[in-house]
Design a protein around this ligand. Structure first.
Ligand code: ADP
Length: 165
């Protein structure tokens, strides 16, 4: 049984993330999506909200579980009995950082391999940051994430702008 973890910020998940999750869930026996709680970053959604959003968006996939985590991906992989860390590669700009991370993780945990999924072309430009940027200026989000996610983005941004008034 091959277990893979897919760690990331997912603030919030996009069609790009969901595409990687779907393909990884076909390739591996079990996928544990790890939602990173990083105190150095100030995300739009709390880690609990990001977990909930992902759980809802991946309801139809039977071999997936979504969990919050803190710290090193290799430790998260070990805790979940995973042999593989999945990451997505969109463009060459992702490559240098991802290669360095994968090599570092290999030094820390030689028994765990990083597997890269190249993004589907239609999502190659897409990131959580881009989606939030478009949302802030009222643009159409329907190409970026499913309705249950885009409605959460709009709700959160309007709550924040209300509290700034
Ligand atoms: P991180 O802060 O760890 O980069 P992200 O949520 O931005 O967290 O991304 C998590 C993983 O998903 C990374 O491996 C990233 O390359 C991948 N990813 C992000 N957007 C896409 C996309 N549009 N297509 C494929 N993979 C993606």
């Amino acid at each position: 049984m091959v277990v893979a973890v897919y760690p990331g910020s997912f603030d919030p998940a996009t069609y790009g993330h969901l595409d990687v999750i779907k393909r990884a869930s076909d390739a591996f026996d079990r996928i544990v999506v790890g939602v990173l709680h990083n105190s150095a970053k100030s995300p739009l959604f709390s880690v609990e909200e990001r977990v909930k959003i992902l759980e809802k968006a991946t309801q139809g996939i039977h071999n997936i579980i979504v969990k919050p985590f803190e710290g090193l991906s290799v430790n998260f992989a070990r805790e979940n009995g995973a042999q593989v860390i999945v990451r997505g590669l969109r463009a060459v700009t992702d490559f240098e950082y991802e290669l360095q991370m994968a090599q570092t993780n290999r030094v820390l945990a030689p028994d765990i391999d990083t597997v890269f999924m190249t993004t589907s072309l239609e999502y190659a430009y897409l990131s959580s940051t881009i989606m939030k940027e478009v949302a802030r200026f009222g643009g159409d989000l329907s190409r970026f994430a499913p309705p249950e996610i885009t409605s959460e983005v709009r709700r959160k941004l309007s709550m924040l702008s209300e509290s700034e008034k």
